[in-house]
Design a protein around this ligand. Sequence first.
Ligand code: NDP
Length: 434
Amino acid sequence: AERNPGQPEFLQAVTEVIVSLWPFIKTNPRYAEHGLLDRLVEPERAIQFRVSWVDDHGDVRVNRGYRIQHSSAIGPFKGGIRFHPSVNLSILKFLAFEQTFKNALTTLPMGGGKGGSDFDPKGRSPGEIMRFCQAFVSELFRHVGADTDVPAGDIGVGGREIGFMTGMMKKLTNRADCVFTGKGLSFGGSLVRPEATGYGTVYFAEEMLRHVGRSLEGMRVSVSGAGNVAQYAVEKAIALGARVITVSDSSGTVIDDDGFTVEKLEILMDVKNHRYGRVSEYAERVGARFEAGRSPWHVPVDVALPCATQNELNGHDAEVLVGNGVTCVAEGANMPSTAEAVTIFEKRGVLYAPGKASNAGGVSTSGLEMSQNAMRLAWTREEVDRRLLEIMKGIHAACLRYGQREDGSVSYVDGANVAGFVKVADAMLAQGVI
Ligand code: NDP
């Protein structure tokens, strides 16, 4: 804490991982040698920079940009870019730290990183978004590269923003190596990348349920968020026969007991992706109930999929979910459950998957995009989706391997942390003290 003052999210993420790793490290003491843990919690590089740009009124705006290059032990730094007013060093360091373990779990050779800005895209015109992205990349470009650091999207950064950043990157470097992932299909993007995080989260939930002889078919599901991850989690959950009854955004929650349909999802996508609107507008268009200022966790469900943001589900919410009989919680977002909530889920026998396991489908498919770019070819939708499903099953198997408790149940938290740690730690030990 003394080394990282004012960084509560970073300390929260590190504490959760170290506490979970501790029993494993005690029985495998070589992982406590060579300053390994001290090195692992220190980012290799943290870059902070000024982003100045001109808004539609001709006024100069100044934002803060960051790139945290946490670990390159197993491959180039890899992780998303977030544009949200809450972005600061603490949040990006926590995300980059988590990303390192997540990327190790995917089995693909990717290190961990994260970046972004405190820029708020809400209410900004397309021209302002483009100028901001260009200004952001005018500094970021010197720190990234196809074999160095490969950014992607995250909150506030979707296909449109990745397109603008890729364009500026090409202009500045005179190179076409595709350094961002999540690109448009016509310039090196991969099929299924937009869907991958949401699909992967649902694939993972299905694997957890299958392991205890159940499935998503007929289950009541709540989803939080209404962005990229949430939308495709809804799509896949419906496809697997679940009844999805909520989505949300920072203004409140939509509750629809009849459940989502493909047609309703199209309307949500139109509101969020084309009109950049609020979920309350969606609720109005489909005649569903909107509860302003509330999150979805008081709604009784069998499966909860938090897909919005960090610390959006606290101990009280967890108690309510468990009291209502929730059996499975799979995180689409990064660290959406507070430490207290995680303890409640684990102690009360809920099948609980931390984001670093269940939302790894996004970065996995980014890894597949990098492979396709390097080979200069594009796989079919079926091919990418098949590989995504295989990777999610592989992550589930890794969690089982390292997370099995004596009573036969599984701690997906311990499983994911230990499995990711072993890969990164072995690579660090082999590469010496650097
Ligand atoms: P989007 O920007 O597409 O959507 C974010 C959603 O979360 C929006 O509905 C937004 O509502 C809501 N939200 C954001 N901040 C808050 C907040 N403080 N309180 C309540 N709601 C909030 O982002 P993504 O869907 O891409 O990302 C969602 C989560 O998934 C993040 O935690 C991200 O790190 C994680 N993730 C994303 C991956 C990806 O491939 N995109 C990969 C792995 C993890 P509003 O519009 O009101 O802000």
